[in-house]
Design a binder for this molecule. Structure first.
Ligand SMILES: Nc1nc2c(c(=O)[nH]1)N[C@H]1C(S)=C(S)[C@@H](COP(=O)(O)OP(=O)(O)OC[C@H]3O[C@@H](n4cnc5c(=O)[nH]c(N)nc54)[C@H](O)[C@@H]3O)O[C@H]1N2
Ligand SMILES: Nc1nc2c(c(=O)[nH]1)N[C@H]1C(S)=C(S)[C@@H](COP(=O)(O)OP(=O)(O)OC[C@H]3O[C@@H](n4cnc5c(=O)[nH]c(N)nc54)[C@H](O)[C@@H]3O)O[C@H]1N2
Ligand code: SF4
Ligand SMILES: [Mo]
Length: 682
């Protein structure tokens, strides 16, 4: 072989686009300009060189034979999946023509952009994509309620920010509480930091109704009833105070309303909580005493525990624990729900203020059924879905489906695959993947920004979401420069000043730590609340209808001794419904399964391995039964993400209630009573 035939290799740093706390930085190796290898960035302090089992094969994802490569127009009934190939010009002309006539007839709020979490990039994801164009048009605004809003709202009343510590500082904790998080599945790059804390003597306690793979690796697992976290946390503080764990100096100097809150704890005895949580009194006594004695306690709470009717209040209550013990001021102490508020400045600037305010009607993205079936002033008649698969991921599939079936609704879906949702579109457009477009990423578990530059041309005729909307804007006659800005400009606008070296450092390194102190003791100079103190009492919460004091709010559907509480959280091998159409991932994950405790199976005459029907008055799905004490009595356990069309027609969300949680109209995915019986014919 001649020397000139030697392949040329280069490496480009980018980042994972997925809605995962870890926000990994990755390195793509190219051979003669073609991506051939993908690995975690060894220089990134949180990624530490590894990705995850879901994403290692991402380059295969980009070349998957089922990938959408051309625009398509539907030729069969909605849902049939029958489409024909059309040109980009035809697709965009048809969309623009329809949207203009919808706006003429009903006004701009008839347009609903629904941008999901397929990518959470600040440019291509829900924070940025289309915000400027749709803001300028005055269309309805999609509110990101589906994931984490209740917890953020709950903590805003006490600490003022959900970024209550750097999760990596759990390595400095003396006691580690993993509260409603399946870390080894949905936040796995945090695990080495937890192990480092454990190696230094910190016990790891998992508080989760299910014996997850994380719970199995912990020193203690507290399997409380779903939706009872506030009761547990209040009782733990009751015990910790009684055992002398209150830091009176911190409480006097840095908090508001402590005497009133302390009095309210009197009622929250371990005996009372034990009954509400379905756990032994001794468990609560022992953990309360441990919290009193351990300086500091580090709490990683996560989204699972707030997907309940009382979820916002639960986050508010749990955030009180490190205030009682003064641990917010100690390295390795505090409560971190999400580091995303640490990035607040740049998220705010992706949409110039003048372009946000023209949209008046906010539509929670958990309530797409309601938006499509109930709104009539004006009705939604022009729907744009990008990066979302509501037939798989939204509550109450039947309502979502009926909404999408409406004859007078024009739907455009941008995705990578013909998802269950795309089948209902009038027009399906092929979007670029992460190796093909420009983006910028924050994280909800660490403190750096990741830049992603395209490393290859788009597959087929795929276009980035931003480019699709620029082309649509031209056709709608919208020529505002902020709307037509290119992707790099959007990213530059978004960065503002939060990294020390600015955008150029990001361009050079692919990632940069936020310009925040190291170590990160977020409340060392005061809490970002109205008083500057930690607010046990909150006038604002009272005005908002959430009570002056943090308190216990029960589930919407509490266990009734007969039906089971169904919790369906993150699967290990899918990311929401992403990858759930891939053989590799489906093979590892297995079929849709529901776990129940042996006592609950016996009471219903159900046999391990048989097919069962899981029902309530909202709908039903069929699953394989696994009889195991990993599920506690009274609770059924499944996972989110299976595609209904690949799982017998329905997944868990057929049974989930489409309703608002207590705060921020958050989702109530895990607040769900079901009946389980043998599937007919089995
Ligand atoms: N592999 C994988 N990783 C993911 C995802 C995925 O689908 N797969 N999804 C991503 C997304 S979008 C998000 S938002 C995060 C979500 O990840 P998490 O924030 O961890 O949320 P969940 O997976 O919903 O639930 C986590 C745990 O909470 C428990 N839980 C449910 N109800 C309660 C309760 O009332 N109290 C307590 N204490 N625990 C409860 C569940 O049993 C579950 O083990 O993960 C991200 N990472
Ligand atoms: N039962 C139950 N249901 C849940 C949850 C639960 O805990 N339990 N969790 C909820 C949570 S936390 C979330 S965040 C939601 C997630 O729900 P969604 O936001 O709907 O996420 P996905 O279902 O993964 O669908 C994302 C789609 O985006 C596509 N995609 C990926 N990248 C891009 C891109 O760059 N451009 C475009 N146009 N498309 C792209 C993917 O192919 C995929 O089809 O699900 C919720 N659903
Ligand atoms: S899904 Fe999460 S863990 Fe996996 S590569 Fe992406 S950010 Fe990292
Ligand atoms: Mo999420």
């Amino acid at each position: 072989m001649s020397a000139s035939a030697e392949p040329i290799h280069d490496e480009v740093v980018g980042g994972c686009p997925l809605d995962c706390p870890d926000g990994c930085s990755w390195v793509v190796t190219r051979e003669n300009g073609v991506p051939v290898k993908l690995r975690g960035n060894p220089n990134h302090p949180f990624t530490q060189g590894g990705l995850c089992g879901k994403v290692n094969s991402y380059l295969d994802h980009t070349r998957h034979p089922d990938r959408l490569l051309h625009p398509r127009r539907r030729t069969g009934p909605k849902g049939s999946g029958r489409f024909e190939r059309i040109s980009w010009d035809d697709a965009l002309d048809e969309w623009a023509t329809h949207m203009r006539s919808a706006i003429d007839t009903h006004g701009p709020e008839t347009v609903l952009p629904f941008v999901g979490t397929g990518t959470v990039g600040l440019v291509q994801g829900p924070g940025g994509l289309g915000q400027r164009l749709f803001g300028l048009l005055g269309s309805s605004r999609s509110l990101m309620t589906i994931c984490s809003v209740a917890g953020h709202r709950g903590m805003s009343y006490t600490t003022g920010s959900a970024a209550g510590m750097d999760p990596a500082d759990l390595r400095h904790s003396s006691l580690i509480l993993l509260w409603g998080t399946n870390t080894l599945t949905s936040n796995q790059h945090l695990w080495p930091f937890i192990e480092a804390g454990r190696a230094d003597g910190a016990p790891v306690v998992v508080i989760d109704p299910t014996r997850t793979r994380t719970a199995r690796r912990a020193d203690e697992h507290i399997a409380l009833l779903p939706g009872s976290d506030s009761a547990l946390a209040l009782a733990l503080m009751h015990v910790a105070v009684r055992e002398g764990g209150a830091d009176e100096t911190f409480l006097a100097d840095h908090t508001q309303g402590w005497p009133e809150f302390a009095r309210s704890l009197d009622h929250h005895t371990p005996v009372r909580a034990a009954e509400r949580c379905g756990i032994p009194v001794e468990t609560i006594e022992a953990l309360g005493a441990r919290i009193a004695a351990s300086r500091p306690t580090g709490i990683r709470l996560s989204m699972g525990m707030q997907r309940h009717f009382g979820g916002g209040q639960a986050a508010r209550v749990i955030s009180c624990i490190p205030a009682v013990t003064g641990d917010y001021h100690r390295l390795g102490g505090g409560a971190c729900y999400s580091t995303s508020p640490a990035y607040f400045r740049e998220q705010a600037s992706i949409v110039p203020p003048g372009l946000v305010t023209r949209s008046r009607r906010g539509v929670p993205n958990t309530r797409i059924g309601h938006a499509l079936l109930d709104l009539d002033d004006p009705p939604v008649t022009s729907l744009f879905i990008s990066g979302a698969n509501p037939i798989a991921s939204n509550p109450d599939t039947d309502r979502v489906r009926r909404g999408l079936e409406r004859d007078d609704l024009h739907t455009v879906v941008v995705d990578h695959f013909m998802t269950d949702t795309a089948r209902y579109a009038d027009i399906v457009l092929p979007g670029t993947m992460q190796t093909e477009h420009f983006d910028l990423h924050d994280s909800f578990s660490h403190l750096s920004l990741q830049l992603n530059v395209p490393v290859t041309d788009p597959a087929g005729e795929c276009l980035a979401g931003t480019e699709i909307l620029r082309r649509l804007a031209h056709r709608l006659g919208v020529n505002h420069p902020a709307v037509l800005a290119d992707d790099e400009t959007l990213a530059r606008d978004a960065v503002g000043t939060p990294v020390a070296g600015g955008f150029d450092e990001l361009l050079a390194n692919g990632w940069a730590r936020l310009d925040v102190p190291e170590p990160f003791i977020p409340f060392a100079d005061g809490f970002p609340t109205a008083s500057g103190r930690f607010e046990f009492t909150s006038d604002r919460a009272e005005v908002d209808g959430h009570g002056r004091l943090p308190h216990d709010v029960g589930p919407y559907e509490p266990g009734d001794g007969e039906r089971l509480q169904l919790v369906a959280a993150a699967s290990h091998h899918f990311l929401n419904s992403t990858f759930a159409n891939r053989e590799l991932h489906r093979g590892r994950e297995g079929e849709l399964t529901v776990m129940v405790h042996p006592d609950d199976a016996r009471a219903r005459g159900l046999v391990d391995g048989s097919w069962v029907t899981v029902t309530n008055d909202r709908g039903a799905f069929t699953a394989r039964l696994s009889v195991t004490d990993a599920a506690r009595v009274g609770v059924a356990v499944s996972v989110k993400g299976h595609w209904p069309t690949l799982s017998g027609g329905a997944n868990v969300n057929a049974t989930v209630l489409e309703a608002d949680g207590d705060m921020g109209q958050g989702a109530v995915f895990h607040d769900n009573l079901v009946q389980i019986s043998a599937a007919s014919g089995s």
